[in-house]
Design a protein around this ligand. Structure first.
Ligand SMILES: *[C@@H]1O[C@H](CO)[C@@H](O)[C@H](O)[C@H]1NC(C)=O
Ligand SMILES: *[C@@H]1O[C@H](CO)[C@@H](O)[C@H](O)[C@H]1NC(C)=O
Ligand SMILES: *[C@@H]1O[C@H](CO)[C@@H](O)[C@H](O)[C@H]1NC(C)=O
Ligand SMILES: *[C@@H]1O[C@H](CO)[C@@H](O)[C@H](O)[C@H]1NC(C)=O
Ligand SMILES: *[C@@H]1O[C@H](CO)[C@@H](O)[C@H](O)[C@H]1NC(C)=O
Ligand SMILES: *[C@@H]1O[C@H](CO)[C@@H](O)[C@H](O)[C@H]1NC(C)=O
Length: 460
């Protein structure tokens, strides 16, 4: 298949330096600066035979430029229209960067350390033209960007558009920083934004428009892989997700979780979710292992179906072996805004596995209200809190006993539920599932009242 790619932009180079973590247990991001890599070597794909005519396959040129610069240098894809007909896996580099000011189509990056993928202008994009698969009824094409065993890396200031399948997955990676991204996919299930099962990852300032996962922490259900290891000497976060704009998406999640789940020290903070399936879901069905020490704070929602949705009998996955994944020490605080219909789909839904009742589900300052009707529902099953007050529908008595669904209907409007909206989130998508999706502009804010934690490229 020949893919035509289109992107127009200028190339002023700004020095983007290696990043440091604020909250994570250790340092994330590349270990050496871009300036240092540029000083060593720069490999422009057009000097390796790439033609920016939108027709000629650049896979050989890209591979050749990568081979020339993969140890210590910078591979440059300048602005222009490129076609990439063959899958390219850039495997085995060290201390390198990929400056994407033009376009790359579906690239796999493996076994790399000290790596940076970025656009110096903020206008570089990977256009997946997924609609070519989707119009034929397939959502199982390639992922646009797949990182496997990449260590000490960053990805920033690019757009990922219309992936045939997931947009960006990080599998078994360590010490990464991912920021200032706009992801826009078809409005359909199976086209996830960011999926991560890795350690020490900081994801911030991301906008996702699709109709499936926004930024989701996963565990492969069959293998025993650690998502976020807890180093006993630290109590810091190992996966930190903040300033996320799930704009017409599926919403964020932990899951789906199956056998041998081992997830801990995950923080989601300052998450804005509009017109999505949920604000945050923890999903499993059967399974084993644990999810612990999770913080979900400062969430704003508007127009979503579900809000907080813990479902350990999730019917969209087949039952995994085991009595259930044990959830423990999950703090949910400072959620405001509104849900679409709180009587139909209440903002608090905590359905835990009878075989492994949830413990330490602690909810504070949860003030959400319904957009239609005048009541909303809280529902709980086998879910326990540490608080003796048994707030919402949670219980605080014997913590190891399953209990049946219990619901609470709320008719009093919670004080302080009102929350700002993002100015750009009300329009419905104007593109369909069968036509090309335009490349979005990276927004200047990803959460009400905040600026990106790192300046947008090209903003200077
Ligand atoms: C990643 O960076 C850390 C320091 O931040 C360093 O200790 C570690 O060796 C690096 N890993 C690799 C594979 O280069
Ligand atoms: C989860 O990972 C931690 C850190 O490596 C380890 O100490 C713990 O035993 C694991 N737990 C399970 C249930 O595998
Ligand atoms: C619960 O999780 C939080 C956040 O990771 C952590 O700071 C706290 O120590 C945990 N509490 C217990 C009792 O383990
Ligand atoms: C609660 O979240 C809002 C943003 O929705 C933030 O402005 C406020 O500072 C947070 N409150 C606390 C106590 O963290
Ligand atoms: C829940 O209720 C159903 C019938 O409504 C009953 O069969 C089941 O045993 C109950 N489960 C628990 C854990 O009480
Ligand atoms: C948010 O999504 C809507 C609908 O898809 C779109 O019209 C709008 O441009 C998006 N917002 C931004 C900031 O791109």
């Amino acid at each position: 298949m020949l893919i035509t790619l289109l992107c127009v932009l200028a190339t002023t180079f700004s020095a983007l330096v290696a990043s440091q973590s604020v909250e994570l247990a250790g340092k994330v991001g590349p270990t050496s600066t871009l300036a240092k890599k540029l000083a060593r070597s720069k490999c422009d794909i057009t000097k390796h035979g790439a033609v920016s005519d939108g027709k000629t396959d650049i896979s050989t040129a890209l591979t050749s430029a990568f081979n020339a610069c993969k140890t210590g240098g910078v591979v440059v894809i300048p602005s222009g229209n490129y076609a990439l007909s063959n899958w390219v896996t850039l495997s085995g580099g060290a201390s390198w960067a990929l400056q994407l000011d033009g376009i790359v189509f579906r690239t796999g990056i493996e076994h790399t350390s000290d790596f940076e993928l970025f656009s110096s202008t903020g206008k570089g994009a990977i256009q997946g033209y997924g609609y070519k698969f989707h119009q034929q009824g397939s959502i199982s094409g390639p992922r646009i960007l797949r990182f496997y065993k990449v260590t000490n890396f960053s990805v920033h200031d690019i757009a990922l558009v219309d992936s045939p399948a997931f947009h960006f997955s990080m599998d078994t990676c360590d010490r990464g920083e991912v920021y200032n991204l706009a992801i826009r996919g078809g409005i359909h299930g199976g086209l996830d934004g960011i999926d991560v099962w890795s350690t020490n990852i900081w994801i911030h300032d991301i906008m996702v428009t699709n109709k499936d996962e926004c930024v989701t922490v996963k565990s492969p259900s069959k293998s025993k892989f650690l998502i976020a290891s807890h180093e006993p000497t630290t109590t810091k976060d190992n996966v930190l997700v903040e300033q996320i704009y799930c704009n017409w998406s599926g919403g964020c999640a932990l899951g789906s979780l199956g056998a041998d789940t081992n997830v801990s020290f995950i923080t989601y903070r300052n998450i804005y979710t509009g017109t999505s399936n949920e604000m945050l879901m923890i999903k499993s069905n059967g399974g084993s292992g644990t999810v612990s020490n999770v913080v979900l704070e400062n969430f704003i929602g508007h127009g979503n179906a579900y809000s907080l949705d813990i479902d350990q009998y999730w019917s969209s996955m087949s039952t995994a072996p085991g009595h259930g994944v044990q959830l423990n020490n999950i703090t949910i605080s400072n959620w405001t805004g509104t849900e679409a219909n709180g009587k139909q789909r209440g903002p608090i839904r905590i359905i835990c596995a009878d075989g492994t009742p949830c413990t330490g589900i602690n909810i504070h300052d949860f003030d959400m209200w319904t957009e239609s009707g005048n009541s909303q529902l809280y529902s709980c099953r086998s879910a326990y809190t540490d608080s003796s007050a048994s707030p919402y529908c949670l219980r605080s008595d014997k913590k190891d006993t399953a209990y049946n669904l219990s619901t609470m209907t709320v008719t009093a409007t919670p004080k302080g539920y009102a929350a700002p909206t993002m100015s750009a989130d009300l329009a419905s998508p104007t593109w369909g599932f069968t036509a090309s999706i335009p490349i979005p502009t990276i927004p200047s804010s990803f959460f009400p009242g905040t600026s990106p934690l790192k300046a947008l490229a090209g903003a200077k």
